[in-house]
Design a protein around this ligand. Structure first.
Ligand code: ADP
Ligand code: MG
Length: 251
């Protein structure tokens, strides 16, 4: 079990892409067991922040530091960060024709097991495990045999990200707009799964536009991002104010 209180500590982080500053002097601390939500207008830098934490190579870090469980990961490779315990659920999951969803999920799962020097699962045992998981988010098992994300509906893509999160059991899960494009039922399924997944020993960073997800998940902290920086931090009430008055009147 992770006994480190501060799981993520970002300080003075500035990031640019093609010489344009996108993250500007940002600080953020997430402790073990907390759920943080980041809200903010389109283009405020939320997805960039998510990708930078998980190590996307496109972005150059101009200054600042990212510590994960007290280890400096600012320039660490994405696969090392994943093995260290960071998961990113993408805003726009990529379609990969020709790669079966279940093969992909099993490779990711077994890569983690191998890294931990634990036994990997054969296809049948993995099929049993994954079937239990998909029942909880209301997806049919035939969806496992299709190509990864290819032709998946918006909701199915998001559910597949949640399925990966649940199988991989990382300590910090970043979910970028996991709620966008979902119907009411799918939003409930996903929210319930996130709530069940959350434990005192893991942490979640949700990026969202919507009050509804915040009402379901009840994050411990809510932040408003604006022009690459966290301008205001508070609790769930902040999300209610944004819903009422809009970003323009708050930041
Ligand atoms: P958000 O998720 O808050 O909507 P993003 O992080 O996606 O915002 O984008 C923040 C800003 O950075 C936007 O102006 C966007 O156009 C720019 N940006 C992000 N990624 C890239 C990229 N790969 N190339 C060029 N500009 C980018
Ligand atoms: Mg985004």
């Amino acid at each position: 079990m992770n006994t480190c209180k501060k799981i993520l500590e970002i300080s003075n982080l500035s990031v640019s892409v093609e010489n344009k500053v996108i993250i500007n002097n940002l600080d953020l601390v997430i402790n073990t067991g907390e759920i943080h939500a980041i809200m903010g207008k389109n283009g405020s830098g939320k997805s960039t922040l998510a990708k930078v934490i998980s190590g996307h190579p496109l972005y150059s870090i101009d200054k600042g530091k990212i510590l994960f469980k007290n280890k400096d990961i600012t320039y660490e490779e994405p696969d090392v960060r994943a093995h260290d315990g960071i998961f990113l659920g993408f805003q726009y999951p990529v379609e990969v024709p020709g790669v079966s969803n279940i093969d992909f999920l099993r490779s990711a799962y077994n890569a983690k097991k191998t890294h931990l020097k634990e036994d990997i699962l054969d296809p049948l045992s993995f099929f049993k495990l994954v079937n239990k998981e998909i029942e909880q988010i209301n997806i049919e098992s035939k969806f496992l045999n299709r190509s990864l994300n290819e032709g998946f509906s918006g909701g199915e893509k998001k559910k597949n990200e949640i399925l990966q999160m649940s199988l991989l059991q990382r300590e910090l899960c970043i979910l970028d707009e996991i709620d966008s494009g979902l119907d009411v039922d799918a939003l409930k399924d996903i929210s319930n799964k996130i709530k069940n997944f959350h434990k005192p020993y893991n942490s979640i960073l949700l990026i969202t536009h919507y009050q509804k997800l915040i009402d379901y998940i009840k994050p411990t902290h809510v932040h408003i991002m604006h022009e690459g920086n966290i301008k205001i931090s508070g609790n769930q009430e902040l999300a209610t104010e944004i819903d009422k008055y809009g970003y323009e009147n708050i930041v």
